[in-house]
Design a protein around this ligand. Structure first.
Ligand SMILES: *Cc1c(COP(=O)(O)O)cnc(C)c1O
Length: 371
């Protein structure tokens, strides 16, 4: 039987960095600095630098980072937040939990990111912010989005959970809006070994507030200025991230290179390969193609040891969780069409050109066999 090609092979990356990662974890245990140890401050400083942002606050997860941002911005009851309907549900849940109403906007048929042309139509007197996901690792059209936000005096919150290191017109994502959320969920481009997240911002006032909000509102031990949460980056996770961060830029390059190789090899087959915006730098968290007979192709690949995925099979507006908004099929046709025709193929820095050759050969076989 052929060797399995996992969708994401976390073991391969661990083995390539085992001595550094094991030593980083051991160091935390040896010093028993389990909570807010020196690794956390070091990671926050180094990740801020990597993101070309002034401030970074570690959080318990990417979702928590988003929730804290909306809470810090005091966006809540009676407010509306524009949200891409084609994203992970977290982007919508965060403003929902702060009490705001999520107003969905369809995606662009080429980049799958929020369609700037459709944002303006969704704005009302209640709109306070636009949440923007840099989906699959590709920056959204931030020039157009920021111009709209400026015109209507809206905050822009970036969700770069899939886009560590991506750029738009030379500028790192996360530096366009007021604040940006990152996730270090294990399979993300920079992943830890559990839950972890971070917020970056260039606003001193917001950073100060988030610093309090993410840790019991504490100014110093047992002194609490505001009511805060307990959502911090775990020290062992920070130590692992410190061991991995120096490799992130190279991993981003490798992902882009592998994606280009996929695009080249798949050309001529009846699949739609991802568009790479020449104004941006795509870091390919996910390599997503649009295909015919999607479910049968996924099964065909699986039988050959190739593990694909779907990001995401149900657009947010059709999730039961949002039934109160009474959306129906047809409300966001671009996202809906994608949801039933997309496949994410394996992509991670340790994947090889030979793996891609094998995956493409299987796709070719599928379409030649069944016409
Ligand atoms: C992964 C992800 C999140 C949530 O991150 P967690 O760390 O799992 O909480 C939010 N938004 C997007 C777009 C994501 O991909």
């Amino acid at each position: 039987m052929d060797e399995q090609i996992q969708f994401v092979d976390l073991k391969k990356q661990y083995l390539s960095l085992k001595p550094e990662i094991d030593a980083a974890i051991q160091r935390v245990i040896d010093t028993t600095a389990f909570i807010n140890g020196p690794d956390v401050a070091r990671f926050e400083a180094d990740f801020a630098k990597f993101c070309e942002s002034t401030y970074c606050i570690g959080t318990g997860s990417g979702h928590s980072a988003l929730e804290l941002i909306f809470e810090a911005l005091e966006i809540g009851k009676g407010d509306e937040v524009i949200v891409p309907v084609n994203s992970y549900i977290s982007t919508a849940l965060a403003p929902s939990f702060s009490g705001a109403k999520a107003i969905f906007v369809d995606c662009d048929p080429e980049t799958y990111n929020i369609d700037p042309k459709k944002i303006e139509r969704a704005i009302t007197r209640k709109t306070k912010a636009v949440a923007v996901t840099h989906l699959y690792g590709q920056a959204a059209r931030m020039d157009e989005i920021m111009a709209i936000a400026k015109r209507h005096k809206l905050q822009v919150v970036e969700d770069a959970a899939q886009a560590h290191g991506a750029r738009f017109k030379g500028k790192r994502v996360g530096n366009f809006g007021i604040a940006c959320a990152y996730s270090f969920y294990p399979g993300k481009n920079l992943g830890c070994y559990g839950d972890g997240g971070a917020i970056t911002t260039n606003s001193a006032a917001l950073a100060k507030k988030l610093q309090l909000l993410h840790y019991f509102g504490q100014t110093k031990k047992y002194v609490h200025a505001i009511k805060g949460h307990n959502s911090k980056l775990d020290t062992i996770q920070a130590a692992i991230l410190n061991a991995k961060l120096p490799h992130l830029e190279i991993w981003c390059e490798r992902r882009l290179e592998l994606a280009r190789y996929y695009n080249e090899k798949l050309s001529g087959l009846p699949v739609k390969t991802p568009a790479i915006d020449p104004d941006g730098k795509h870091v390919f968290h996910i390599y997503c193609i649009v295909v015919h007979r999607r479910d049968r192709l996924l099964q065909f690949l699986k039988e050959r040891g190739i593990h694909g995925n779907i990001h995401y099979p149900i657009p947010i507006h059709l999730q039961k969780a949002y039934k109160e908004l009474r959306h129906t099929k047809g409300d966001f046709p671009v996202a809906e069409r994608l949801a039933s025709n997309i496949i994410s193929l394996p992509l991670f820095p340790e994947l090889t050109h030979e793996d891609i050759d094998r995956i493409v050969a299987a796709i070719r076989e599928f379409y030649s066999e069944r016409g």
